[in-house]
Design a protein around this ligand. Structure first.
Ligand code: ADP
Ligand code: ADP
Length: 224
């Protein structure tokens, strides 16, 4: 059973005056432990695809299944649980909170998790920071870090929740090639060593070639 399955997905954004077809007839399955990259020109629907896979938004048509179960069959509470426990997000612009320390940023997604107390939360955050090689920076603030380090904090924050799936939207888009490569190596390592399923949007062909499968989009459709 694929971990994520999209069947005949349509996504239409409707504003007062314009209707935009962001995705059309998308059929896609992501296997457990796969590392898939997604490429395509600006505006072709890549971010929309990730937000649907991450259950942040609903399709206008078609069905999404997680572990073989249609997302529409979950209650709101069940859906929130799925979103928080199963899926981690990494963004191009890191989305860190500037007046929180590195450690506090990484603890954030565990703050409201049932059954995770202060000590356990800290333990998991430190373990996640260790995985990204930032255990010497726990007391720093985001402004004191390089771009590559900030992205590593964002990856640690995603890892703290122990997700099965990481969805990364141009995770190296703001980084120079050296730091970009470091981040790519980190993601490849997570996939290889702990079996994390990864879906990554990228503009970098070289990076995409390092993943197991490359899906190309054009104008809301999967073209290759
Ligand atoms: P990409 O990530 O490939 O650049 P997006 O998924 O962001 O593409 O956008 C796909 C299309 O949907 C674009 O035409 C974009 O303008 C439109 N779009 C994205 N988000 C919204 C929104 N919230 N409201 C209206 N249109 C949107
Ligand atoms: P890079 O060249 O990789 O972008 P920087 O030159 O920004 O890295 O930073 C080099 C090192 O100095 C990093 O390890 C970072 O943590 C530290 N650093 C950068 N700015 C500050 C600061 N304002 N306060 C404390 N440490 C900082």
């Amino acid at each position: 059973v694929p971990v994520i399955q999209l069947r005949n997905i349509e996504k239409i954004y409707q504003t007062k005056t314009i209707e935009t077809v962001a995705l059309s007839q998308v059929n896609l399955s992501i296997g457990r432990g796969e590392f898939v990259s997604v490429m395509g020109p600006s505006g072709c629907g890549k971010s929309t695809l990730l937000s649907l896979m991450g259950l942040l938004d609903e399709p206008s048509g078609g069905t999404i299944e997680i572990d073989g179960r249609p997302v529409a069959s979950y209650s709101d509470k069940g859906l929130a649980g799925l979103r928080n426990h199963k899926i981690g997000f990494v963004f191009q612009s890191y989305h860190l909170i500037n007046d929180l320390s590195v450690l506090d940023n990484v603890e954030l997604p565990l703050l409201y998790r049932k059954g995770v107390g202060n000590t356990e939360r800290r333990r998991r955050a430190l373990a996640a920071l260790d995985k990204v090689g930032l255990n010497a920076r726990t007391g720093h603030f985001p402004a004191q870090l390089s771009g590559g380090q900030r992205q590593r904090v964002a990856i640690a924050r995603a890892l703290a929740g122990d997700p099965e799936i990481i969805l990364a939207d141009e995770p190296t888009g703001n980084l120079d090639s050296v730091m970009g490569e470091e981040i790519m190596d980190l993601l490849l390592g997570l996939n290889r060593d702990q079996g994390t399923t990864l879906v990554m949007v990228t503009h970098d062909e070289q990076q995409a070639l390092k993943t197991q499968r490359l899906i190309r989009f054009f104008d809301g459709r999967q073209v290759a």
